[in-house]
Design a protein around this ligand. Sequence first.
Ligand SMILES: Cc1cc2nc3c(=O)[nH]c(=O)nc-3n(C[C@H](O)[C@H](O)[C@H](O)COP(=O)(O)O)c2cc1C
Length: 336
Amino acid sequence: MSVLRGGGAEAGVPALLAPLSGVTDLYMRRIARRYGASAVISEMVAAAELALGDAESQLRSEGAGVSPHVVQLAGCAPEPMARAARIAVETGADVIDVNMGCPAKTVTGGAAGSALMRDLDNAERLLAAVRDAVSVPVTVKMRLGWDEASLNAADLAQRAERLGLNAVTVHGRTRQQFYKGSADWTAIRAVVQAVRIPVFANGDITSLSEARACLAASGAAGVMIGRAAQGRPWLVGAIASALAGQPRPEPSREERAAIACEHYEGLIALYGPAMGVRHARKHLASYVEHAGPGALPASERTRLLTTSDPALALELLRRAFLDPDDAPLESLGEAA
Ligand SMILES: Cc1cc2nc3c(=O)[nH]c(=O)nc-3n(C[C@H](O)[C@H](O)[C@H](O)COP(=O)(O)O)c2cc1C
């Protein structure tokens, strides 16, 4: 995607799939990209663990069949971040994204994620180390600041730009908000105005009309969408196409069922049956949630979310989409 490589916007306005730990696995990213998401970002990968050859970190940074392959790294020390960035690129990453937005105490307690916004000199050293370690584009994802009293995203974005980073994403909340309240798209405008590199606006976008409203409020080059794509990996591409003036028909029930089953089977293949079944459960819940009202009777829903038998899970998943064939399908609409 040229906008991530510093080559200016492609036709239309990009819509990216956000990194979601435990969610944007290889198959979610593959499907979202195939359905037209402008780019898809991996779950955050702990740099220190990837640098030590940790198997789970390798799975999280897997990108076979995803292009461009964007790996997000989280860490607080320049040297492991640089090492992890080199490993990610050697194993196929086309872009490295640096996490400066995660609010979780397990991450900020180690001075990574959004805690880096409390010490911009350290944040800058970390970005410089990654920038110098690899020749692929480097981007950074941040929040508006640590709290209301320190809204320093524009300062951090300027530092990133001076270092030669290629793009910035801003989630329109502070760290202290976690996920409470609503994202402030207008506050992202200060970052857009502070730099020349593309800024992507993120937070609470669930529909085409919200994507348009966010772009209007922020002036951003594009949008990044996370939670709304759970159970609907086609959503980001549908919004991207509509923003480009080429709206596409929504996937049919059969297509949605096929996507959900492909995702499920992919996870079993990637993680093996035991871990794959566990990993897939949150996706199954999201797919059923979006399969229409009364998609599965409560007892069958419970079976779907608890079974360790992949064949049964696939059967119930198909039934969730295909049985209530008179129920209205959720659509991209102007307010999904
Ligand atoms: C379950 C979950 C996992 C997340 N994992 C990451 C992550 O790994 N890296 C990151 O930068 N942000 C992460 N985020 C934040 C999202 O990328 C995004 O900024 C946030 O959810 C707001 O966007 P949305 O309203 O479109 O979901 C996560 C959010 C959630 C809810």
